[in-house]
Design a protein. Sequence first.
Length: 464
Amino acid sequence: MYKLTLAASAAAFALSSTAMAQSAQDRLDARYDRALAAGYKALFLCSGLAIAERNGTTRTPEQIQAWELTGIYPKLDPIIRGLDYEIVRRPSGQIAHVQVAWADDMPDRVAVYYDRDIGCSVLPVGAPEDISQPELSVEAEQEAQPEPESSANNTALEMPFSAAFDGTYGEGSRTTAVVVRKAGGIDAERYADGFGPNTPQRTWSVAKSLAATLVGAAVLSGEHTVSDPIAVGYWLRGSRGEPRNAVTIDHALRMASGRYSDTPGNRTDPLYWGGTTIDERALGWPMVHPPGTVYRYSNNDTLLAIKAIQPYMTYYGASDFLAKAGMHNTVAETDWWGGYMLSSQVWSTARDLAKLGQLYLDNGMYGEERLLPENWRDYVSNPSGPQPMGTQWGYGAGWWTFRRPEGNGFEGIPDDAFAARGNRGQYIVVVPSRDIVIVRRGEDMVGTRFDIAAFTRDVLAALD
């Protein structure tokens, strides 16, 4: 009897301990989610407001909360709406930082606006609120100007454009802008209320295609080739026997580094919203496959590719290239140590994204200046190497393709079409054989999706 009682007591204690441990972990996770939600909100308000003012237009906190801060990740969505925030400006009126309260015993989460070239960065959890030195007198951004108007409005595109805004291409989808460029100029464009040609939005993973473009510029300079090993061990102070040193820039651009990632799609919340750095978060993942053998979509691979060209980027920053490409209303943001977050954290306008597509239509030329190698378009749009499973889409080098090695599964879309794709419905579609670029921007909520293939097919059919 004593043994039975003792065994029962031990089992009850074990269950109690497990419940206590789970409760403690639940509380810790809930606190962490609040910290991430506050960082998310601080960064979006900082970038959305400051870069709009940089571009000579305006956005309001209410608009950003209604569009960018609704329908986000399920864990953060119910938290983010109730978090109090403060927008702190310098004497000139320029935004210094945005801070968001999240815990009584911790400083507010802070996103700092540095300057017009690198935008905002979210600081680590626990960073002091006054770190942006808001008392400093810094020249204000340009005054808000009326949004430029376009006389281009090809009536042939009325049907697909109207359908893009009324949910035809995805129930519940929320389109903010569509632009079509044809033969080097804007053929038609349309914007949702509150958005215009100068309105910046986060590109999300469309930034990966910009990252591949910057790698192309580095290759054109002669300082890098896509077959260069990235030398992960060097950045991590590893030994000569470091197996990850076999990963090349090409492997990283093609999502084929062979490294482990902890979630499908490689969610990088600690980096994006938690204030960790690229060096801390993106480099150290171990190998689980030989490089070049398995496709695994990963933010960390794009960050690794940009890390590989860091010597080039130190002297020729992203803003230099964007200016050369005519993308004057685009800002490539960094972590708080200055590492480019080109897996997601770029803010751009619909027109500027169309210019990026135009650069590829023109085979790397902008006017009389070559910005990309002659074969770069073919390189990024070639779905060679391991491919994603369970989809009609193929993957090139930082760009998605409508064809896979075994063929094109998208009826009505030419084989040479390729695309940049980002979260919440950001798209650039480049169709060289038709001399057409299609841009769709949105703030689609979790659980909704915009059918970019159907929209592309309808636009191309309308322009036949």
